[in-house]
Design a binder for this molecule. Structure first.
Ligand code: SF4
Ligand code: SF4
Length: 619
């Protein structure tokens, strides 16, 4: 019987000395684990993991789904697969050598031993390729860690080749690399075998002990973030429910110090690997605003561990809450939620500028985000009796001439397709989205409760929403703050796509046009295929480089529409991208995208370039 030898070519005292030395390393590892689980509230987060969430996390981690979607993700998958298999292999050897063998049981012999050697060598090669490929892209700390991993991998093969050279057996040729090197490396290493073995083992112990203190920490915590985070990007949780609130004094809004963050935001920080993919996808960063989501996450992480970091206010207000950072993060961290959370405390302290103050005052006084009297709102549309849907237009299209054109066309289309529509008219107020994104949680919840009451009075069961910002709050945020919320919320894009699919409406437009996915539609509601069901029927439709969930914000989100005085840099960037795609018109599905891209194209003096609402393609 061919079996795996325990500690071959090593002095007999090796196991006892090795396990004695292992104890301090294990203690350092455990202390690190205890420290990070306390600082990042990992135990509290773990309590939220049930079997369904754990399954989701395991699938995400094992499939490396998000990682494979990004640049160099393939090499991470190799490194991950190599590390996992080598770790499991080492665990198997430990089990066999130190437990089972003493009970007279063997699992690695003959065929299983040969297969084991073959698997370990193959994955050892993947491990080395993965580690090597990352080397040029890593910072100093990353390079040192990779050097350590490479040393462990290479010396592992050298030790194996020496064992095969000195004590060959029937399974030797299954150790592909070791067997290949045994003739050349084996005799060279043999005199130094013990020294090399100890350097290999001590470095491996050191790296495991250092794991909770280093970037490798994500290998332990990524499963947690992958289990707990949803597929659709989410905004920060509600810090209270106005409906149930008894003592206003007890409310803690937002945070000033990282230690004041709620647990559900702390645990995410532990998984950051400084890869910078959030910053690379951040439209605020890419257009020169003073915001790097990676720096925010890293700063808060360092601060939680006792370092100093101040989250600058201009970074907080630079965010357009587009969710690109969360979508890009391979570890399911949501960097922008920290910025949104911080806004809550800034608003509570009154640290807002004049324009932000005007928005809040306008919302308070006029109940709409355009600060105009409600009188006559949407008076130009009639309601049908016994409606299939109540149409929520949103403030922007309720008051401007473009809105009048778009909404009239949409209602005509729907009626043509046999759908009965009612409107709220002067009863339609703000949905509360701008207040929430700015950080005025109380005002948002007041809007939510008032609107929910209105829907109840009118018996609204199905709400058709034209503004994706409203769609997000009605679909995902109202149910969390309104008791007994029971309204089906549908985007006008979803309904139009369905009507086109059923042949009740058809596309009447052709020409070179492209589609600008609104962040709130694609990232926060996963409505990506539906607009394309319509657009794919247009001759001349082409995609921009950044589309679907990888869209690029127009610049209006996160209440920026009301307070940013910039020159529409993001919208101009987007119009340029549409032109690069060879489009002569850009189709939108959000009133704010319409306003931003329309202003940008006008500012760029583009002759004949059009901005169209998606319903304008249909008849
Ligand atoms: S939400 Fe958008 S703007 Fe805000 S930090 Fe993330 S990527 Fe940047
Ligand atoms: S938050 Fe995510 S994307 Fe950003 S640096 Fe950290 S791991 Fe990378």
């Amino acid at each position: 019987m061919v079996v795996r030898e325990s500690f071959p070519l090593l002095p007999s005292w090796t196991p006892i000395v090795m396990y004695s030395i292992l104890i301090p390393f294990a203690l350092i590892f455990l202390y690190g684990l205890w420290r990070i689980s306390r600082k990042f509230e990992l135990v509290r987060a773990l309590k939220e993991v049930d079997l369904r969430k754990l399954r989701r996390g395991l699938i995400r981690v094992l499939s490396q789904k998000r990682v494979l979607e990004i640049d160099r993700g393939f090499f991470h998958a190799l490194l991950f697969a190599g590390t996992l298999v080598l770790f499991l292999g080492t665990l198997t050897v430990f089990l066999e050598t130190d437990i089972l063998e003493h009970l007279g049981v063997r699992i690695l012999f003959d065929g299983t031993y040969s297969a084991f050697e073959l698997i370990m060598d193959s994955f050892g090669v993947l491990f080395l390729i993965g580690a090597l490929s990352f080397f040029p892209t890593r910072d100093r700390e990353g390079k040192i860690l990779l050097l350590g991993l490479l040393y462990i991998g290479v010396t592992g093969f050298f030790l194996e080749s020496t064992r095969i050279y000195a004590q060959p057996n029937a399974a030797s040729h299954y150790s592909l690399v070791g067997y290949l090197l045994s003739g050349t490396v084996g005799p060279l290493i043999l005199p130094f075998y013990t020294v090399l073995w100890w350097s290999h083992a001590l470095l491996a112990f050191s790296m495991v002990a250092y794991l909770p203190y280093s970037n490798l920490l994500h290998s332990l915590t990524a499963l947690l973030t992958s289990s707990l985070e949803e597929e659709i990007v989410r905004f920060p949780k509600e810090p209270f429910r106005l409906q149930e609130l008894e003592d206003v004094e007890e409310i803690k809004l937002g945070f000033e110090e990282a230690s004041e963050l709620p647990w559900y935001e702390k645990y995410m920080l532990a998984a950051c690997v400084k890869c910078g993919r959030c910053t690379d996808s951040c439209p605020a960063n890419l257009t020169g605003r003073p915001l790097s989501p990676k720096d925010v996450v890293q700063g808060l992480k360092v601060s939680l561990l006792g370092g100093t970091y101040e989250l600058a206010e201009d970074a907080v207000w630079s965010c357009v809450s587009c969710g690109a950072c969360s979508t890009a993060c391979p570890n399911y961290i949501s960097p922008f939620t920290f910025l949104m959370e911080r806004r809550r405390s800034l608003v509570a302290e009154g640290r807002i500028d004049k324009k932000m103050g005007e928005l809040l005052n306008g919302l308070r006084r006029y109940h709409n985000s355009l600060s105009v009297p409600q009188r006559g709102r949407l008076s130009w549309i009639e309601s049908d009796d016994d409606p299939d849907y109540y149409l929520w237009v949103g403030c922007q299209y309720s008051f401007d001439p473009v809105g009048k054109r778009v909404v009239s066309k949409l209602v005509d289309l729907l009626r043509k397709a046999g759908i009965r529509i009612a409107i709220f008219g002067e009863m339609e107020t703000c949905c509360g989205e701008p207040a929430r994104r700015l950080g005025e949680e109380g005002m948002f919840q007041e809007f939510a409760l008032t609107n929910a009451e209105l829907f109840k009075e009118l018996g609204v069961k199905r709400l058709l929403v034209l503004c994706p910002h409203g769609l997000t709050v009605f679909r995902h945020e109202y149910p969390k703050v309104v008791e007994d919320w029971d309204v089906e919320v549908v985007s006008h894009v979803e309904l139009l796509a369905k009507l086109v699919r059923e042949g009740r409406l058809k596309v009447s437009r052709s020409g070179e046009l492209t589609f600008h996915d609104p962040c709130n539609l694609s990232r926060f509601n996963s409505v990506v295929e539906e607009p394309r069901e319509i657009l794919s029927r247009v001759d001349g439709f082409r995609e921009m480089g950044r589309h679907g969930v990888n869209t690029f914000c127009c610049g209006a989100g996160g209440a920026n529409y009301w307070y940013q005085t910039g020159e529409g840099t993001m919208a101009k960037e987007r119009v340029k991208e549409a032109l690069e795609a060879g489009a002569k018109a850009v189709v939108v599905a959000c009133p704010f995208c319409y306003a931003m891209l329309n202003d940008a194209s006008k500012g760029m003096n583009l002759e004949g370039f059009e901005v169209l609402e998606i319903s304008e393609l249909l008849e």
